[in-house]
Design a protein around this ligand. Structure first.
Ligand SMILES: NC(=O)c1ccc[n+]([C@@H]2O[C@H](COP(=O)([O-])OP(=O)(O)OC[C@H]3O[C@@H](n4cnc5c(N)ncnc54)[C@H](OP(=O)(O)O)[C@@H]3O)[C@@H](O)[C@H]2O)c1
Length: 301
């Protein structure tokens, strides 16, 4: 425990998929005592099991800055998990700015933030919220660590049911590659960054898997796992938007999803880094291992 911080560490958004796994890694992987952990969430009842273990569970909503002084009191280091207001550009930045202002007032020494790869000049509509949050952190008096999480393996479930149903994967990503990563690995890295006393001071880490695949390669691997064939159909960005709208998606959502493909085609998520290993000391999970572990969910999607 010598290299770990001695004061309480705080995780926001603790009932979300990522937040919950960060808490698991703090407790189980890093053996941080439950009494040294504060978990904040809009839904404290969802964390009753962790409260029973001795984790301090508090209510916090970035939309309600009045809740944040009490929520952040006493925290030494804080993991700011980006919120899920992906479809409302600007809202997320305002939420994060509320959290950063409260962290300053609470005297937090270091903030770790979950961002995205290369938010500068990105075609993705929510990228400016991440970039703005990174800039707000850099302008703050505390130390900071930015974790630019590449896309999760788990994102496949957003579209897999439809893809398997029609046997086709429409995309405008071309031969662009994605160095995606297991969500659990991003949680493991976030937990490590939160408790590392010296390794992660004022730095940007881009968290990726160990491999980068094209859409065609992902479709083949997922299809093999599901026992189905998936034909990849390359279309233009605009044709992809119109196809999704014709399929019933609101145009804003269709444009957001299409922007991911544009971003991939531009090569903006292709770079494989060693940053996960630098933070955690272990290798990221391979895509094949993740697919095998999730075979039932993939086949049943
Ligand atoms: N890299 C990727 O591929 C990828 C994919 C999806 C999402 N993300 C980003 O990573 C984040 C965590 O992912 P996830 O899988 O855990 O998503 P998730 O399960 O949908 O969790 C959403 C998170 O947003 C928090 N949140 C929402 N509104 C909030 C508010 N007003 N104040 C404070 N917290 C608020 C939630 O906290 P509580 O409910 O506990 O209050 C929860 O932690 C997402 O929110 C998103 O920014 C990244």
């Amino acid at each position: 425990m010598n290299s770990f911080v001695s004061g309480p560490v705080l995780v926001t958004g603790a009932s979300g998929h990522l937040g919950r796994r960060v808490l698991d890694h703090l407790l189980e992987t890093l053996k941080v005592p439950a009494g040294g952990i504060i978990a904040t969430t809009r839904k404290p009842a969802a964390l009753a099991d962790l409260a029973a273990l001795g984790v301090t569970v508090r209510q916090a909503d970035f939309e309600r800055p009045d809740t944040l002084a009490a929520a952040f009191a006493g925290a030494r280091r804080l993991l700011l998990i980006s919120t899920d207001a992906l479809d409302r550009p600007g809202v997320r930045l305002a939420q994060h700015e509320n959290a950063i202002a409260a962290a300053v007032k609470a005297g937090v020494e270091h903030v770790v933030y979950t961002s995205m790869p290369r938010p500068e000049g990105s075609p993705i509509p929510f990228a400016p919220d991440h970039l703005g949050t990174e800039q707000a952190l850099a302008a703050s008096p505390f130390g900071w660590t930015v974790l630019r999480n590449c896309w999760y393996f788990e994102n496949i479930f957003l579209s897999l049911h439809h893809t398997l149903a029609i046997g086709k994967w429409y995309t405008s990503a071309g031969d662009g590659r994605i160095a995606h990563i297991a969500r659990d690995d991003t949680a493991r890295a976030a937990a490590a960054a939160l408790v590392a006393e010296t390794r992660a001071q004022n730095g940007i880490y881009t968290l990726t898997g160990a491999e980068a695949f094209t859409t065609a390669e992902i479709a083949r691997l997922v299809g093999e796992t599901a026992g189905r064939s998936i034909e990849v159909v390359q279309v233009s960005d605009e044709a992809l938007v119109q196809g999704m709208v014709a399929g019933g998606l609101p145009e804003g959502v269709a444009r957001l999803f299409t922007a991911f493909d544009t971003n991939t085609r531009m090569g903006r998520v292709a770079a494989i880094t060693d940053d996960f290993r630098a933070l955690t000391g272990v290798e990221p999970q391979r895509y094949g291992a993740w697919l095998a572990a999730n075979r039932a969910a993939i086949a049943g999607a």
